[in-house]
Design a protein. Structure first.
Ligand code: MN
Length: 395
């Protein structure tokens, strides 16, 4: 069997930086969606696809090889984030597809794997099916039956992922082994696509485009037509017979990679490699399970406006373990003539806060009111108190 493929990525219509990355090279296909302040998201997603590219160069003999490569890549990103203060808490989603070598008497297979909320779809017999399961807060609500699929699509916290590469020393990737079926088409994409384009419209575009590059370009374009509020990346992989005419990877210089293998020295992210001032409309945030459970258990998260536009933000004043957790008035990372002022000093210092939550605070969550910012700080104080049975309960 042969593969044909196409890939496209675009910064979108709102953001100034493309933190997505992809690889599409015949022996490995992947999409990564980075997160973290400064350039950390871009670094994380680039490291992720580069890790898979290197692993693929050595070859995958079995499905476990892909999972091992993801674990190794996770460790690389995690180490990199520890070394640089600006890249603390950086992480990335990763969704990948690798064709396995043919073995005697067995149908040829592909292995797909996922961490986070980028997705792999299978388009077969005119039907679109999501192969991967999102590791997201909204998916958990959906699985619990607390919200509908329609509500999930527009949920204000749909960008909270519950698993990502780089956040912890270990990562648990989902993986599936599937038979290679002639006529199948796989679509790997970042959430920028699915947030803007529903399954029905994705299906319509896939049906209309026999060429995978045309399909990838078209999907990205429609995401931008619908607002392009996030970076969008799409990789389309078609499974053909040996005799089929392989056509793909032609034009569209702005949004696509070249058809040949990228040289070793080139940037791992074929997207927007330049650095700009980051000003995300909807910053991504990783909330690892422990933080999610702890804060949810206190019922505090619902009272907190994580994505309020402006007004107040929570962050650390000072550096190191003794940095103070405070509420600032003003805007983070902005406007030279207006310095944020400290409104509330929580009395909590960084070393009291478990690392994944501290990393989250490094992203300086914003609130539209002081009360909401204070509620968040209070919930953190409660979490700390709950962890310290001998202290912190003196009310
Ligand atoms: Mn995204």
């Amino acid at each position: 069997m042969k593969l044909a493929w196409g890939a496209a990525t675009h910064v979108g219509m709102v953001r100034q930086q493309n933190e997505d990355a992809f690889v599409a090279e015949g022996n490995v296909f992947a999409v990564a969606d980075g997160m973290g302040g400064h350039n950390a998201g871009e670094v994380a997603s680039a490291l992720a696809v580069e890790g898979l590219r290197r692993a693929a160069a050595a070859g995958f003999s079995a499905a476990e090889g892909l999972v091992t490569a993801i674990n190794t890549t996770n460790a690389t990103i995690h180490e990199a984030s520890g070394g640089l203060s600006e890249q603390r808490g950086m992480g990335t989603t990763l969704t990948a597809l690798v064709p396995l070598p043919a073995t005697d008497g067995e149908p040829q297979r592909v292995v797909v794997a996922n961490v986070g909320d980028s997705r792999i779809y299978l388009w077969r017999d005119n039907e679109l099916k999501q192969v991967s399961a999102d590791h997201s807060y909204v998916q958990e609500l959906l699985s619990e039956g607390l919200i509908t699929a329609a509500e999930a699509r527009i949920h204000p916290r749909r960008n909270i992922v519950t698993r990502a590469l780089g956040i912890e020393g270990d990562v648990n990737a989902d993986s599936w082994v599937l038979p290679m079926v002639v006529g199948d088409r796989y679509v790997l994409c970042s959430d920028g696509l699915v947030d803007e384009v529903d399954d029905e419209e994705i299906a319509t575009i896939l049906r209309a485009s026999t060429n995978p590059q045309v399909a990838a370009d078209h999907l990205v374009q429609v995401a931008n037509d619908h607002g392009g509020r996030d970076n969008t990346t799409v990789v389309v992989v078609d499974i053909l017979t040996d005799t089929a005419d392989v056509t793909s990877r032609d034009t569209a210089p702005d949004t696509t990679a070249t058809s040949t293998t990228l040289p070793e020295s080139s940037a791992a992210s074929p997207g927007d490699a330049a650095t700009h001032v980051a000003a995300s409309a909807r910053p991504r945030r990783v909330l690892v399970a422990v933080a999610l459970v702890a804060v949810l258990a206190l019922g505090a998260l619902s009272a907190v406006g994580w994505y309020a536009r402006d007004g107040y933000f929570v962050g650390f004043a000072g550096q190191g373990d003794q940095a103070q957790l405070v509420v600032f008035k003003g805007r983070a990372n902005q406007i030279l003539w207006f310095r944020p002022t400290i409104e509330i000093d929580s009395g909590v210092v960084r070393q009291e806060i478990f690392p994944s939550l501290a990393d989250d605070i490094d992203n300086q969550p914003k609130y539209d009111s002081l009360a909401r910012a204070e509620a968040y700080v209070n919930s953190i104080r409660d979490v700390i108190a709950a962890q310290k049975p001998a202290a912190g309960d003196g009310t």
